[in-house]
Design a protein around this ligand. Sequence first.
Ligand code: UDP
Length: 459
Amino acid sequence: MKDDSGQDRSRDKEIETFYNDYSRSGPLRKKLRRYFRSACWFVKMKLTPISKRCFDLILAFSLFVVLSPIIAIGFVISGFSFHHRLRIGKDCVSYNELSFKVDRARAGNLVGKLGLTNVPILINIIKGNMSFVGPRPMSPGEVDLKDKGMRRRHEVRPGLISLWWIRRRANINYGSELSVDLEYVDNHGLFTDIGILLRAIPAILLGNTAPSSDDKLTLLGIPIDNLTMDEAVDTILKWLKGPDSKQVCFVNADCANIAYKNASYLEILKNADLCLADGVGLKLAGKLLSRNIAQNVNGTDMFPILCERLSGTDVKLFLLGARAEVVQGVVDWISRNHQEVQVAGFHHGYFSPDDERKIIETIRESGAHLLLVAFGAPRQDVWISQHIGDLGTRVAIGVGGLFDFYSGRLPRAPLWMREIGFEWLYRMIQEPGRLWKRYLVGNCLFLFRVLKEKLSPGK
Ligand code: UDP
């Protein structure tokens, strides 16, 4: 038996079928869609490897021609000789990766520093063992062939530059190497490779050549705890089990500019239990002052890692700051993505001084262990330092615009922009009226101050 609406629906379907079958555009549209799908498949499955290979060959031959005089001179003067290492290539077939062995007594360290020892890899690329871009070539000892992910990682040629290498150099690699390699395998192609090669340029210029061994370093008078993301998260988790109340601050170029003028804010940063280097500005400053920053440790990247680590624990979280709907959006994000994280409470950040006592009381009564305060710098850090004794929390962190991102109010810069250190530009484009001065004037001022510190006597 059909009811009225059932009859209506079946008649609609008949009409639609009739229209699709007999109208002039129906079958044509279907046919075009089919051709388009086949063309996409053809481009992806057939043209991608061909275009990628052509690109590799053209670039490798060109570089070979350009570099051949240097290689010839190297052989004659510096005592170059070939060296090979066994590596696992595409489809898990092994090959010999070539490099130059240099007689250091004759060639000095310059050859190694310029990367000329790797020039023979061009021969591997021409032979088809390797590509310019691809996962890092692994030695047989590193490859577990029983591992499905490992086998998938070797579906493409290993490369001279990998996506993982770029993320590591840009200090935004918080995942495993294998996960980043699989991301590359899923998306590889000529344009992906060109994008990665272009992103390699700032990664080479800005990236750390060697991880710093200094646990603490000072930039523009601010003591920075030179930790990696993992170390910072471990420290916070350790403090969450302890009896004390700790304050954590993220310091970016804007914060450093504010602290340069604002002595009481600088004092707060000096007294904070943890000051973490946030963003490309601090990294550049570290490089210019020869005080290498271990990793870009910012609140926005730390938040999901913290949530992951707090899942299923007794630790309770309180969120304070931003507009009411924004902070509510973050709570929703937590309940969608990390259901086992306990949110003890939340409150917006647009309260009057009269409400302050009541809010502090609410935080204390909620029994929260971890408090995230998002008022923007320096207000959030000043507020925490003023009230830390009354909050009853074990760790309080000033997190700036983090709530805006996780609530979905503002989209975060795409990964490629973060990889080249241009997240600030994306933020400026989002809110030009509010942020142009902070970034355009502020970044120049920050660099000027760093250079002044570098050139001042005794530094
Ligand atoms: N905010 C607030 N109360 C205020 C002023 C600002 O809660 O009185 C919030 C604002 O809604 C935003 C955050 O503080 O979510 C500041 O973000 P901003 O981008 O300035 O922080 P940054 O990450 O740049 O330090």
